[in-house]
Design a protein around this ligand. Structure first.
Ligand SMILES: Cc1cc2nc3c(=O)[nH]c(=O)nc-3n(C[C@H](O)[C@H](O)[C@H](O)COP(=O)(O)OP(=O)(O)OC[C@H]3O[C@@H](n4cnc5c(N)ncnc54)[C@H](O)[C@@H]3O)c2cc1C
Length: 366
């Protein structure tokens, strides 16, 4: 018996379990895999992710990964970068982050059941094979293909777009303390330093059959750098889904993380959103007003979804992409202001009021 049963022990499920435990409820996490759980990921935590984790009581040890100072955008002709306005981000191996979250969950008294097959939602809790985990409340944190979402009848999609992501790690001398997003004709390459001598490379594209080796031919500068390093993991792929659900909770069931909808991997915002949703869900659980979670979920998703739309608009039109990058390269302040919105330090309104309008006028006149 438990107050809350969380199905899925990835970043979202563990963060939710930790948050609920901090409010005093008993929590059991059930996952079909065994830790440390790996998943294709850019492995970058934005500064607001780090803050969201800290707010949940999860402190990242100083040596856990690599401190990221900001973001650089580049294509064959232009390059522009800006520092994060609100501290540093952290590049950290997915398995290392997962092990840390498992440890923290254990420390605060979360019960965890791993390698649990055949998990099914019931009115009085969750069935694991033939065993019942009786719970007052069930959280579906079981990722993109959530079964809990389907079984709870929360699968109605308001909007969905799919792309493909592939990642691989390289041992290499770092050339930058920035996360880099390289824009190419068939997709985007996204580089996150995760240690003094290690990077995580992700390629995201619309092309199902495009693999890293082939895609890298579109990025000669990056490709040249990588030849001085060595691949140290195998290529791992996943769907990168942008999905908005009509509802993320009902009765005694709520969804969190990718199970509750997701943003395209290009935003690097998936985990940040998950951690913020975890805090919102825990406080709604505490007050018993689940509908507050629905509203908080919509509010938390709105900025990442808007930034996603901007980035995917660049992705679709090559000529537009080139022009925007060239303009941003000569207006670094605008790029810094956009980054500030991206990491939640300022609003779209701040951006429009004084930076974007003159930039837009110059862009149109060019
Ligand atoms: C290519 C790519 C790059 C990305 N890069 C970044 C990045 O740089 N930064 C960032 O913040 N985000 C990034 N993201 C997004 C991020 O990976 C996700 O948002 C994040 O993993 C969501 O966590 P989650 O816990 O909701 O889901 P998951 O990590 O998918 O965890 C779901 C868990 O549920 C378990 N599970 C699944 N089905 C069942 C079942 N039936 N029964 C029991 N357990 C089950 C799984 O074993 C897993 O442990 C990226 C995504 C992609 C695809």
């Amino acid at each position: 018996m438990t107050d809350v049963c969380v199905v899925g022990g990835g970043p979202a499920g563990l963060a939710t379990a930790i948050a609920i435990r901090r409010h005093g409820g008993s929590v059991t996490v059930i996952d079909c895999s065994t830790p440390p759980i790996n998943k294709p990921c850019g492995e970058g935590l934005m500064p607001d992710s780090v803050t969201a984790l800290r707010d949940l009581g999860v402190a990242l040890p100083a040596n856990i990964g690599f401190n990221l100072r900001g973001i650089r955008f580049a294509d064959k002709r232009s390059s522009v970068c800006a520092q994060f306005p609100n501290g540093v981000g952290i590049g950290v191996r997915r398995t290392v982050l997962h092990a840390l979250l498992v440890q923290q969950a254990q420390d605060v008294g979360v019960q965890m059941i791993w390698n649990a097959k055949g998990v099914r939602l019931r009115d009085d809790g969750v069935l694991i094979g033939r065993d019942l985990c009786r719970a007052d409340f069930v959280v579906g944190a079981d990722g993109q293909n959530s079964q809990i979402r389907r079984q709870a009848g929360l699968g109605r999609v308001a909007k969905e777009r799919r792309r493909y992501g592939f990642r691989r790690h390289y041992r290499i001398a770092l050339w930058s303390e920035y996360m880099e997003l390289h824009w190419g004709p068939r997709g985007q390459a996204y580089v996150t330093p995760i240690a003094e001598d290690e990077i995580c490379l992700v390629m995201i594209s619309r092309h199902k059959h495009l693999r890293l080796e082939d895609a890298l031919l579109d990025f000669p500068e990056l490709n040249r750098r990588l030849t001085s390093g060595m691949a140290i993991s195998s290529e791992m792929g996943s769907l990168s889904i942008s999905r908005r659900l009509e509802r993320v909770c009902r009765d005694r069931v709520a969804l969190v993380g990718d199970a509750s909808g997701s943003v395209d991997a290009i935003t690097g915002e998936g985990m940040s959103l998950s951690f913020k949703q975890a805090a919102a869900l825990a406080s709604a659980f505490c007050t018993g007003k689940l509908n507050d979670y629905q509203k908080a979920h919509e509010r938390l998703s709105s900025r990442p979804l808007a930034m996603e739309s901007l980035m995917l608009a660049l992705e679709r039109r090559q000529g537009f992409q080139r022009r925007v990058l060239a303009s941003l390269a000569s207006h670094e302040g605008v790029f810094a202001a956009l980054l500030s919105v991206h990491v939640g330090e300022s609003s779209f309104l701040d951006l429009c009021s004084w930076r974007l309008v003159p930039f837009g006028l110059k862009f149109l006149a060019a």
